[in-house]
Design a protein around this ligand. Sequence first.
Ligand SMILES: Nc1nc2c(ncn2[C@@H]2O[C@H](COP(=O)(O)OP(=O)(O)OP(=O)(O)O)[C@@H](O)[C@H]2O)c(=O)[nH]1
Ligand SMILES: [Mg+2]
Length: 376
Amino acid sequence: MKIAHIIPTFNEKDNIGLMIDKIYSVGKNFPKWQNFIIIVDDHSPDGTADVVRQYKKKYKNVHLLLKKKEGLGRALIVGYQYAVKNIKADVVIPNDADFQWDPSDYPKLVKKIDQGYDVVVASRHVPGGKVVGWNWFRKLNHDISNSLLAWMVAGVHEVRDHAGNFKAIRVAGFLEKVPLIKMNNAGFSFQLHILYELGKTGAKFTEVPVIFKERKLGESKIGFNRYYIRDVFEYIKSSIIIRFDRSQRFIKYGIVGVVGLFLQTLLSKFLVNRNVDPSIAVSLGAESAIISNFLMNNYWTFNKHAISGLKMINKFIQFNTASIGAVIIQGVVVYLGTAIFGKEAWFWSMIFAIFFLVIPYSYFIYNRYIWKTHEY
Ligand SMILES: Nc1nc2c(ncn2[C@@H]2O[C@H](COP(=O)(O)OP(=O)(O)OP(=O)(O)O)[C@@H](O)[C@H]2O)c(=O)[nH]1
Ligand SMILES: [Mg+2]
């Protein structure tokens, strides 16, 4: 397995050498893993790159990428692209240079990938995880970005810790599908954005508890300066854009529903007029809506995950099985409605069943089981 460790650096001359040594010494215990280290440095004035050049002599798989000072997000995007395109890595593991995320934890992340997870986040917010030594300012900063913006505004619910760098990501089928070229985050909003993009690929997420320690060597880049203010605004903007992107899908989903409802009403009315029992007529109508919803959602709402050919037939059967609940709900409600209020009540019973029971039920089912986007 090819693992690409991506380390963004800005003035980390005291840390970077120790970090490279540590990654390789941990890796020795896992002979099947081939570890590559990609350092993305913004021409740090302290000479971080010179230290890396020394280490390139010591280890053959150390890569140094130099660029102008643009921020953490840009550095990570460049590193991720290099890991996918040039290294052709199987797993990508970004980490900071300053040992706040303990690199000895990386085998724990890779093991989860081996177990079938696609994105494994080192987390301070699951039992066993924690932060040591943050002051009130760092805490407040984190709570606003993590809980308020990432969780509530953006609605990224795959994980609880959205702000950290340390994670393991499977490339095949997941990271390779993320349009890194189109991502233009300069700062730490990248951390939220990449989770959202990975969520859209249908990746399976998990979190591993870790302890986030204080930096011992070198200086923090977080503080009240122009980069920080730019990055905070970018984070707010990204959270809103993510919410908007998600709602566009929700609107499309709504339109698909209206078309389905129209078809269903036409067919049910046709059958009721021919003296078919209303509960049967509505059930058949519901099936026609299910077929139309399946096709429209596949080719339109969730087109990024569109499925075709034999796989589609398979999915359709799966989809129909999942939707059988919707048919049953409508059949039963219409049966009861017409039994209590008479045959004429079939239409309003059907509408009641659709709006109050079927829509919430099926949005959940579509997302969870069919297109696997993990979104609501
Ligand atoms: N290439 C590059 N790396 C950066 C930039 N800003 C930060 N980094 C690196 O990204 C990692 C995380 O930055 P830190 O300053 O440690 O940020 P932090 O961990 O949120 O803050 P502290 O808790 O104070 O350390 C470190 O390895 C930095 O050297 C940047 O503009 N360009
Ligand atoms: Mg740090």
